[in-house]
Each structure stands twice: as C-alpha cells, then as structure tokens.
Design a binder for this molecule. Structure first.
Ligand SMILES: Nc1ncnc2c1ncn2[C@@H]1O[C@H](COP(=O)(O)OP(=O)(O)OP(=O)(O)O)[C@@H](O)[C@H]1O
Length: 257
C-alpha cells in the first residue's frame, strides 16, 4: 500500500538544539499509529513537521499529492474576550450546513454542543470540537496530539473505540500522540516510541516488551501493560504449555530496539 505520509532522515532543530534526529516514518491508509515518549521527546514537533508546519533541519517529508489531513493540536490559544459559538467555529473558514456540523460533532463525541461558547468548554470538550472540525474536511489522515488529555480512563478508552470505529467506517489513517500506554496499546496497529529519535517501533506487544521502551518508561507501566495483556491477549498460538503469569512478560517475544 502506498504511503500517505513518508519521512526520511527527518531532523528538526529548535533554538539551536536538535530535538528530532534522523527519524524515518511512514503511514498508509487505514493504519492507527501511536507515538509515545516522555515529555519533551519531540512528539508534538514530529506531528508539526509531518504536516509541514515545522521547518526541517535536514531530511524530507513527502505527503501524497492532494492529501486531505485533519490536525488536532494539543491546545488552541483562544482569546477569552472573543465570543464564538461552536457552530460558528465549525463554519470557519467556510460555511457548513447545520446537519453536517451536527453529524461531525456526534462523530467526535461532542453531540449537542453547537450553541455553546468555545471559551466555556472544558479541555476535553474543546478537543472534541477540534476533532469535529477536522472531520468536516473528510480527512484521509487524522493527526491527533494527545487527544485524551484531561479525560479519565474510561473516557479515554471510549475515545479510542470511537477513533477505531471512525477508521473502520471511513478508512482514514490515524496518527496520534498519547501518554496512556495501557489504553493506547489496544487501539493501535503500530506504536512508535520516540525520544528525539525512534527508540523502537512495531506491534504494540513487541514495543511493550522492548528494552528501549522499558528503559524509557521503567517498570512503572508494567502493571498496566500486564493488565492489557490480561484483558486482551487470550489466544496463544504457540503449542507448549506454560503458565502465563500476567505480571511477567513473555521473554520469548522480547525484542530490543
Ligand atoms: N518553539 C520552541 N522553541 C524552542 N524549543 C522548543 C520549542 N517548542 C518545543 N521546544 C522544545 O523541543 C523539545 C520537544 O518539544 P515537543 O513539544 O515536541 O515535545 P513533546 O514530546 O510533544 O512533549 P510533551 O509530551 O510534554 O507534550 C522540548 O525540549 C521543548 O522544550
């Protein structure tokens, strides 16, 4: 399948400091890819570089010709004195029919917020509205920067299920940044662990067990990852019987990146 976005040897310098170095990346239609990494590891910068909002120090980013992308930033600086309803915001810069706006809001988990003021929304609601606005563009790829910040765990899990359903219905690709490793694991086809460079990447199960990943996130996540394994990893196609202690990773699949 051909790539929607492809980056080669991408490096970014901010304030004279290299924050991303030699990152190779590709994403195809229908894929859900999650970027994880510690604070300040360059995740937001990476998304901005991919959409062309961040100049590169070296390397290249290639986007499919005419690619429709929807980008939802981590936050939107709003002027607190500016009155702007959700409905009007969704109709910027071009007017959309009320029914289309309502449908996009419903799809983003923000049904019925049309008449609310943007400034009065909670952080989570505002992000849903930003997602709705991105959806109006019928994106082939959605880039979401920490879309579940401020949501509780069930809220985050519900959001990821919504994103998966959206992907299944429209076939769009999704690239998102998240800190919620345990929830993300179940919703992603591929996980990229970023810390200025790509530490490791691959199927969520593989990344969860990679030494580079564990070195970054320590053992603190082990319980949560084990919980994920407990809930979602029931089929084992290898034949030999051995006890699956859920707090203990299967070493035979371990892969250091
Ligand atoms: N405009 C800027 N000028 C200089 N340095 C910046 C700028 N924006 C970000 N940085 C620095 O670049 C690095 C990467 O920032 P970035 O926001 O991409 O990280 P992140 O992984 O998204 O972080 P977080 O998880 O905290 O959101 C950080 O060290 C940050 O301080």
């Amino acid at each position: 399948m051909s790539a929607l976005i492809e980056a080669s040897d991408l490096s970014v310098r901010l304030d004279g400091r290299i924050v991303l170095e030699d990152v190779d990346f590709t994403i195809a239609a229908h894929e859900i890819v999650t970027v994880v990494g510690p604070n300040g590891s360059g995740k937001s910068t990476f998304l901005r570089a991919l959409i062309g909002a961040q100049p590169l120090a070296s390397g290249s980013v290639r986007r499919a010709p005419g690619l429709r992308l929807g980008y939802v930033p981590q936050k939107l600086p709003l002027d607190p004195s500016l009155p702007l309803s959700v409905a009007r915001f969704l109709s910027l810069p071009r007017r959309v029919p009320a029914q289309a706006a309502a449908q996009a809001l419903a799809e983003a988990g923000a049904a019925g917020l049309e008449n609310r003021q943007l400034n009065d929304l909670s952080g989570g609601q505002l992000q849903r509205v930003l997602l709705a606005r991105a959806l109006l563009n019928e994106p082939q790829i959605l880039l979401l920067d920490e879309p579940t910040q401020g949501l509780d765990q069930p809220g985050s899990a519900a959001f990821y299920r919504q994103i998966e359903a959206l992907r299944d219905r429209t076939g769009c690709a999704v690239l998102m940044v998240s800190h919620e490793l345990h929830v993300v694991m179940s919703a992603s086809d591929r996980v990229i662990c970023l810390n200025g460079h790509v530490c490791c990447e691959g199927h969520p199960e593989v990344v969860a067990q990679a030494e580079a990943y564990r070195a970054l996130f320590g053992t603190g996540t082990q319980g949560a990852l084990a919980l994920y394994r407990h809930e979602h990893h029931h089929s084992h196609d290898h034949a030999h019987p051995h006890p699956h202690a859920h707090g203990d990773a299967d070493k035979e699949h371990a892969h250091a990146g």
